[in-house]
Design a protein around this ligand. Structure first.
Ligand SMILES: Nc1ncnc2c1ncn2[C@@H]1O[C@H](COP(=O)(O)OP(=O)(O)OP(=O)(O)O)[C@@H](O)[C@H]1O
Ligand SMILES: [Mg+2]
Length: 228
């Protein structure tokens, strides 16, 4: 893929603290994983890219406009059925009631939840809610799907299921930008790793190379601690 996003000297300061510090980055991989220790600024960077936060300095330059959807660590479910949760996002984008319903059901079927469509979303398990969140994002047919630790609270089986769905969405052509603390998952999903440390980009490395021999001491320490 050619470069789809150029991040130019991006900075975010909150209450005198520099959370994102002069981040410059060109993204061209289809599947990019952002790794780094707690508090490194991963979620903040994803929120800046999704437009939920405004940078204090610098800019994002999109090579072409990309429709986006974001999935959060803890999915926010509306107090209604799983199906209505998916329909809601679609309605905001504009489709007829019939078409929204059809697309929402299709998305729920994709994540294996068709039988739970009429259940109250908030009563579903964490893994099921995360799959509803993925269906909600998938139904929008985003060109860029941003995922912030989408499997953080899930058991291994649910995590693998969510991973499978992410890979399926990627296979449909969407770009994936994701964070995780699960390094096995990073290996399975990523093409490229962006390693961030204290608000700065430490390195941007193809996945195989990163796990074999990260270039920076910060990433080497991180891998050593996570995979002793
Ligand atoms: N609105 C804010 N005001 C002040 N500090 C903030 C704000 N938002 C985030 N921070 C701080 O910025 C740093 C980066 O936070 P962020 O949530 O981006 O980290 P992260 O890399 O996603 O961490 P984790 O792995 O724990 O999810 C943290 O130290 C956090 O406390
Ligand atoms: Mg985070």
């Amino acid at each position: 893929m050619s470069i789809w996003l150029t991040i130019d000297n991006l900075g975010l300061t909150e209450g005198g603290t520099r959370i994102i510090d002069a981040v410059s980055l060109s993204l061209s991989a289809q599947r990019t994983l952002v790794l780094g220790p707690n508090g490194a600024g991963k979620s903040t960077l994803l929120r800046l890219i999704h437009g939920l936060l405004h940078p204090s300095s610098g800019a994002l330059r999109w090579s072409q406009p990309l429709s986006q959807a974001m999935v959060f660590q803890r999915p926010v479910m509306l107090r209604t059925t799983a199906l209505a949760n998916v329909v809601y996002g679609l309605k905001l984008k504009g489709c007829t009631a019939h078409e929204c319903d059809r697309r929402a059901r299709q998305a729920l079927a994709h994540v294996g939840l068709e039988t739970l469509a009429k259940r109250p979303a908030r009563l579903l398990s964490g893994g099921e809610q995360q799959r509803v969140a993925l269906a909600r994002a998938w139904a929008l047919e985003p060109e860029l799907l941003i995922l912030d630790e989408p499997t953080a609270s899930l058991d291994p089986a649910s995590s693998r299921e969510v991973e499978r769905i992410i890979n399926e969405i990627a296979a449909g052509g969407a770009r994936i930008l994701m964070t995780t603390h699960n390094l096995g998952q990073a290996r399975r999903v990523a093409e490229e790793i962006v390693f961030i440390d204290r608000g700065r980009i430490a390195e941007q490395t193809p996945v195989a190379e990163f796990f074999k021999l990260p270039r920076t001491p910060a990433a080497q320490d991180f891998l050593q601690e996570e995979m002793p």
